[in-house]
Design a protein around this ligand. Structure first.
Ligand SMILES: *[C@@H]1O[C@H](CO)[C@@H](O)[C@H](O)[C@H]1NC(C)=O
Ligand SMILES: *[C@@H]1O[C@H](CO)[C@@H](O)[C@H](O)[C@H]1NC(C)=O
Ligand SMILES: *[C@@H]1O[C@H](CO)[C@@H](O)[C@H](O)[C@H]1NC(C)=O
Ligand SMILES: *[C@@H]1O[C@H](CO)[C@@H](O)[C@H](O)[C@H]1NC(C)=O
Ligand SMILES: *[C@@H]1O[C@H](CO)[C@@H](O)[C@H](O)[C@H]1NC(C)=O
Ligand SMILES: *[C@@H]1O[C@H](CO)[C@@H](O)[C@H](O)[C@H]1NC(C)=O
Ligand SMILES: *[C@@H]1O[C@H](CO)[C@@H](O)[C@H](O)[C@H]1NC(C)=O
Ligand SMILES: *[C@@H]1O[C@H](CO)[C@@H](O)[C@H](O)[C@H]1NC(C)=O
Ligand SMILES: *[C@@H]1O[C@H](CO)[C@@H](O)[C@H](O)[C@H]1NC(C)=O
Length: 262
């Protein structure tokens, strides 16, 4: 009888241990694959994508910050906003900035005529100080009478009827005859130090548009350097920044205590 109980106990212990080890293995391999799947990579061209950015797909949202999703489309890294799609030309992880070019502009560099305003989540990204806007006025029946210099749009050597452009320094207010045109669209550009007082006639606005503009990321409240220098890869889970290491998930860097398991 006692032998029987002992046998049962041993069996149960074995089962418990078996279940426990396989659970541990499951958790461990999931953790290991997070480290693997968050490794920096590119879309076939363009910059390497890593935290706060992440490549969309395979449910790897935990590799980056919400709002920094990158779509690999035709081997190019695309940053999508509610208003427009942009190619990411480069990412400067040290300066925490990245340069975007509007796809709509790249589609027609001879004659860029953006049809949509831009819209960025200004709580996570902001323009660099040399930001300016080029305003496009469409279907204008009258002079727009703006208080910044206006210019006609020329494409392939001929003037495009009823379209005007104006260069407005960073987020400055300006006036125009609001009833003269059907609609107005603003497109961000970036000016050199020596260009800040120029008007639309003093710059090559088509080149400015296809050069793109720089955004800086702000307010993420997390310095990834500690994690990286300990050999980890930063990630983001349930509103918290985490550090993925070869041995699992840690709160800040690979040498601190284990996150929640074990
Ligand atoms: C991307 O990372 C790889 C490996 O670290 C490196 O060799 C390559 O130069 C990087 N590419 C760019 C565009 O920074
Ligand atoms: C998803 O995973 C597959 C298989 O590992 C891989 O070939 C593919 O590139 C991944 N896609 C993305 C967007 O990460
Ligand atoms: C670029 O042009 C192609 C072909 O004309 C069109 O299908 C696509 O929608 C355009 N993309 C943008 C972002 O305007
Ligand atoms: C200008 O010329 C280019 C190339 O010849 C052509 O693709 C484009 O449609 C033309 N644009 C306009 C507005 O006529
Ligand atoms: C244009 O008008 C706006 C709004 O009245 C004003 O704030 C701005 O200083 C004016 N700019 C110029 C260059 O006159
Ligand atoms: C503003 O535009 C309206 C028509 O949209 C026109 O009647 C008016 O003369 C314009 N005003 C100026 C100052 O150009
Ligand atoms: C410009 O004129 C056309 C033709 O008369 C008219 O259909 C259109 O509504 C006018 N646009 C504006 C912005 O007044
Ligand atoms: C674009 O933004 C400007 C102001 O920045 C606004 O006046 C205009 O109506 C907007 N255009 C569209 C098409 O939403
Ligand atoms: C731009 O204009 C302002 C005001 O007129 C002036 O104070 C400033 O020196 C000018 N900057 C450059 C780079 O020309």
């Amino acid at each position: 009888m006692a032998h029987q109980i002992l046998f049962n106990f041993k069996l149960k212990l074995q089962i418990v241990l078996l279940v426990a080890t396989s659970l541990v293995e499951l958790v461990f391999s999931a953790e290991e694959s997070k480290y693997e799947s968050c490794k920096p990579r590119n879309c076939g061209s363009g910059p390497n994508i890593s935290y706060p950015f992440y490549v969309y797909g395979n449910n790897t949202d935990y590799c980056g910050h919400p709002g920094f999703r990158v779509h690999c489309t035709d081997h190019r890294p695309i940053y999508k906003t509610s208003a427009a799609d942009y190619i990411i030309h480069n990412i400067d992880y040290e300066r925490q900035s990245f340069r975007l070019v509007n796809l709509e502009v790249l589609n027609n560099t001879n004659c860029p005529t953006p049809q949509q305003n831009y819209s960025f989540d200004r709580s996570s990204v902001d323009f660099s100080p040399d930001h300016a806007d080029i305003f496009f006025f469409y279907n204008c029946n009258y002079s727009i009478s703006a208080n910044y210099t206006e210019s006609r749009v020329t494409c392939n050597g001929s003037i495009v009827e009823k379209v005007y452009v104006v260069l407005v320094p960073k987020d400055e207010p300006f006036d125009w005859n609001r009833t003269a045109c059907e609609f107005v669209v603003a497109a961000p550009v970036q000016l050199g130090q020596w260009e800040i007082n120029r008007t639309i006639t003093g710059i090559d606005y088509k080149k400015k548009l296809s050069d793109g503009f720089t955004l800086r990321w702000i307010g993420l409240g997390y310095n990834c350097a500690d994690c990286q220098s300990s050999g980890g890869l930063c990630g983001f889970e349930e509103e918290n920044s985490v550090c993925y290491c070869p041995d699992g998930t840690h709160p800040k860097h690979c040498k601190d205590g284990e996150f929640c398991f074990f």
